[in-house]
Design a protein around this ligand. Structure first.
Ligand code: EPZ
Length: 418
């Protein structure tokens, strides 16, 4: 199994180009199922999760031409509206095809996603929404079967809790429904806004994405469109932490600083200097010592759960105690035990971690458990004395494009082994 080896203790200096957002590209790919015409997507990062989604689309009947970061996708017909177990078990976001399939064909059969390293992650709210739009939804033999043979009908869906892919799935279901759909307590993440932009370019009528109430006026059909995916705010946030943690000087190009406000504010409090060089370039430096800063993960625009593990790696290096409260996923602390193997002093109590910082970590062999936990371990390895080996590199490959190349380009001693 592939591993990543890091020699810690180097300052990171230089420029990094940020890739397209994995979590915006996933729903965008699913949205191409809503039309028989050609959809051109640009700025698709080369990461494993997107290859999985492309595999699923092909299986459903899509033809995909790949040209670097561009994809030209045509799904003349849905051959069989089924997302099989083999694909859904490797990537839960496969459930994003549920809405588009029911909307386009009146039918979907999608394997029920199982548990995951960060929590139970049910998709009951996607199903509740589809039922509100008139689909009959039942579960049989590990599959969700949704049917609306006469088409979906607009309705008001009030999410009892905010769900990002649930909001996206329902938006895609509603664009071809009869009449108006109102999504209340919708997710406000930039990826939701990006999807709405693509859907509107395809002829949909979506209003209010980015706010808690989204209104969708159904249309009869959607057409082809061209769309460029937004920059990956979590990749950018991870590199901002890397710059701050190593006392480095990093310039991040092709970022969207407006998507990173909560992370930037916390980094400044922690003692990093962050400058918006121009509207798509950020520079991060640190010359002062790191201050302990508490975070609580929240839905956007709050501090993202996808940056929680990376923040912990930073706080280990800060003088004094800080607290991390995880409110989105019930089990997103798998990195804590691994960080402890490197010498971190972190106490866990329910969904709250207390980090007693100011410790010099020492390199060790650690195990990646999920994508962002792995990113936290990479950051810890960059700050540690000696060699860190991160096992199960495939977790990182799911969502970070050419991570070791980007890190090596700014002076990190990192290489792939095994
Ligand atoms: C999205 O997952 C992201 N994935 C995650 O990124 C991210 O961590 C998460 O949003 C939170 O920001 C994609 O966009 C592909 P949720 P999602 O539905 O949509 C509960 C990464 O590392 N819930 O917003 O699956 C759920 O269990 C990944 O890139 C239900 O109870 O997350 C969780 O506690 C990991 N029932 C909370 O809501 C449902 O039907 C928020 O989950 C749906 C969700």
């Amino acid at each position: 199994m592939k591993k990543l080896e890091i020699q810690g203790g180097r300052r990171l200096v230089g420029s990094i180009r940020i890739s397209g957002a994995k979590n915006a590209a996933l729903p965008a790919l699913a949205a191409t199922l809503l039309t028989s015409e050609r959809v051109l997507l640009d700025h698709i990062p080369s990461v494993a999760d997107l290859k999985t989604m492309e595999g699923l689309l092909r299986r459903l009947g899509a033809e995909i031409e790949v040209d670097g970061e561009r994809r030209a996708i045509v799904t003349r017909e849905i051959e069989s509206p089924e997302a099989p177990y083999e694909l859904v078990k490797t990537m839960r976001a496969s459930s994003l095809v549920l809405g588009p399939l029911v909307a386009r064909t009146g039918r979907a059969r999608v394997s029920v996603p199982g548990g995951c390293a960060i929590g139970a992650r049910p998709i009951n709210l996607h199903l509740l929404g589809l039922a509100k739009l008139g689909a009959t939804v039942r579960q049989e033999a590990g599959y969700i079967e949704a049917a609306a043979p006469d088409g979906l009908v607009g309705a008001t869906v009030t999410f009892p809790r905010v769900t990002v892919t649930g909001t996206e799935d329902l938006m895609m279901a509603a664009v071809l429904a009869k009449g108006e759909t109102v999504l209340e307590n919708a997710a406000r993440e930039p990826e939701v806004v990006d999807l709405a932009k693509l859907l509107n370019a395809m002829g949909a009528r979506v209003e209010g994405a980015g706010e808690s109430t989204i209104r969708i006026e159904g249309v009869d059909r959607l057409h082809g469109a061209e769309h460029r995916i937004i920059p990956d705010r979590i990749e950018a946030g991870t590199f901002l932490v890397a710059g701050a943690l190593t006392g480095g000087d990093l310039t991040l190009e092709e970022v969207a600083p407006e998507h990173l406000e909560a992370v930037i504010a916390k980094l400044k409090q922690a003692g990093a200097e962050i400058e918006e060089v121009n509207p798509t370039t950020l520079r991060v430096r640190r010359s002062r010592r790191l201050n302990p800063v508490d975070i609580t993960t929240e839905e956007h625009p709050g501090f993202p759960t996808d940056m929680q593990a990376q923040w912990m790696a930073l706080m280990i290096a800060a003088e004094g105690a800080s607290h991390v409260v995880e409110t989105i996923f019930e089990n997103r602390f798998m990195h804590v035990a691994e960080l402890a193997r490197m010498g971190a002093d972190i106490e866990l109590f329910g969904n709250r971690a207390t980090i007693r910082g100011g410790r010099q970590l020492s390199g060790a062999t650690v195990m990646a458990s999920d994508l962002r936990a792995s990113a936290g371990l990479v950051l810890a390895g960059l700050a540690a004395e000696g060699t860190t080996i991160i096992d199960r590199l495939y977790h990182l490959e799911r969502g970070y494009e050419r991570l070791e190349e980007k890190l090596a380009g700014v002076g990190a001693a990192v290489r792939r082994i095994g």
